[in-house]
Ligand binder design. Structure first.
Ligand SMILES: NC(=O)c1ccc[n+]([C@@H]2O[C@H](COP(=O)([O-])OP(=O)(O)OC[C@H]3O[C@@H](n4cnc5c(N)ncnc54)[C@H](O)[C@@H]3O)[C@@H](O)[C@H]2O)c1
Ligand SMILES: [Zn+2]
Length: 393
């Protein structure tokens, strides 16, 4: 037998920049990012989330003026390509196919750019298209929702849904740069502003007790979406996510443990079961509440800490019950999550606020009791209990 042991390391580095009015002619951020790319002329394919296009009608002109003012650094190869915002662009393969076709038509090569402006769903779908065209063209993300600015848009993953499963197709592909412009958030409805806070609560719970305390102290300001409190929440949350990706030793998630997915085994299923009626952030809030109660039921987390978590989530305005939760089949959801992780089941639980602990088995009856507890405390009338829940109550 002959074996050549192949081994190499690839270093990644990308900036995540916080700014305002990114396409003001005198804002240097985007031009500087392009300069970092090392070429004096850069072709750019612009992709816009349909809601961003609708609510920011002056944006295409502003981007056009910015490109003109920064000639020859930046050339837009076509008018903005508008993709349907929200989960539909991840469900329907046509958006990714259309972006591939535009890459081919406008000869976007591996040193040219796709500039994507949108929510997490659009960034995931465009990111998948960018990562697979020519095995990866450069992607600059401009996240336009809270959740995209503090989580979905700043990391190294992309993906689209297939076979009825979220993110079944996708890749690990770090962006060229991320530019968070807080002005985009001005047009978000309350539901979407709130949804992004779930990921901040999540990352505080698993990594940073002081951040949890800060969120708790700012809960009233956050509940009314006060801009400074929101900005503190977004930037610190983004910083913690980035630190985790860089420092936890597994940026491309090759192991089985997925600490950032606290509350997510249930959340992914709740999004599916509710046919995306629950947004990702709303489902994550319920998933956090559930795994917090479960951590307390397992004796890992003091009851009073569990109550603090539930109290913060409700103060922020999250609904902690939903018919989809009552329809959740815990066994199937855990099995699907394990399959998505690959390898053994590993569910992050809380061993204190700011501290997580991986569990490799879940007591289904206890989890069902926690679901029942959320329903008893926060339930709106639900048409029917699922059969498995009926057993446990
Ligand atoms: N890749 C990752 O690491 C990662 C991490 C977390 C979540 N995600 C994915 O992100 C998605 C959720 O992202 P999201 O919460 O941003 O929701 P979203 O992308 O579904 O956007 C929600 C709605 O807001 C609209 N919108 C976007 N920007 C807007 C603006 N500035 N003003 C008004 N409306 C605007 C969108 O068109 C959409 O209708 C999910 O698909 C989830 O799986 C990915
Ligand atoms: Zn998430």
């Amino acid at each position: 037998m002959h074996c050549i042991q192949q081994e190499f390391t690839v270093r990644y580095r990308f900036p995540v920049i916080f700014t305002q009015d990114v396409f003001a002619i005198d804002n240097p951020v985007l031009a500087d990012v392009l300069c970092q790319g090392g070429h004096p002329h850069n072709k750019i394919l612009l992709v816009l989330d349909s809601e961003v296009a609708r609510l920011h009608p002056d944006l295409p002109d502003a981007i056009h003026r910015y490109a003109q003012a920064h000639q020859p650094l930046m050339t837009l190869v076509a008018p903005p390509f508008v993709v349907r915002g929200g989960e539909i662009c991840k469900h329907d393969p046509q958006e990714v196919a259309q972006i591939h076709a535009l890459v081919e038509r406008h000869q976007i090569d591996r040193h040219a750019y796709i500039l994507a402006i949108g929510g997490g769903a659009v960034l995931d779908a465009v990111g998948y298209a960018a990562a697979t065209a020519h095995r990866g063209v450069r992607l600059i993300r401009l996240p336009s929702t809270v959740l995209a600015q503090n989580d979905a848009g700043i990391g190294v993953k992309n993906g689209v849904n297939a076979f009825g499963k979220k993110n079944f197709l996708g890749s690990f592909a770090p962006p060229f740069a991320v530019i968070n412009d807080r002005d985009f958030l001005a047009t978000l409805p309350a539901r979407s502003l709130r949804a992004g806070m779930a990921e901040a609560v999540k990352v505080a719970l698993i990594r940073d007790a002081r951040f949890f305390a800060a969120l708790d102290a700012q809960r009233d300001a956050l509940a009314r979406f006060a801009p400074d409190a929101m900005q503190m929440m977004i930037e610190h949350c983004a910083r913690l996510h980035l630190a985790h990706i860089a420092e936890a030793g597994d940026p491309f998630e090759q192991g089985s443990s997925r600490p950032l997915d606290f509350g997510h085994w249930a959340a992914h299923k709740l999004e599916e079961l509710s046919h995306s009626q629950l947004s990702h952030g709303e489902a994550v809030a319920i998933g956090i509440a559930l795994d917090t109660l479960y951590s307390a039921a397992q004796g890992l987390l003091p009851d009073k800490d569990a109550e603090r978590v539930i109290a913060l989530l409700t103060a922020l305005g999250f609904a902690l019950d939903h018919p989809a939760l009552q329809a959740l089949d815990v066994d199937t959801a855990l099995a699907d999550f394990r399959e998505h992780l690959g390898g053994a089941l590993s569910i992050p639980l809380l061993a204190g606020i700011g501290h997580k602990q991986e569990a490799h088995a879940i007591e289904v009856n206890t989890m069902q009791r926690c679901i029942a507890q959320l329903h008893a405390r926060f339930g709106s009338p639900v048409p029917a209990l699922s059969p498995c829940l009926a057993h446990s109550v």
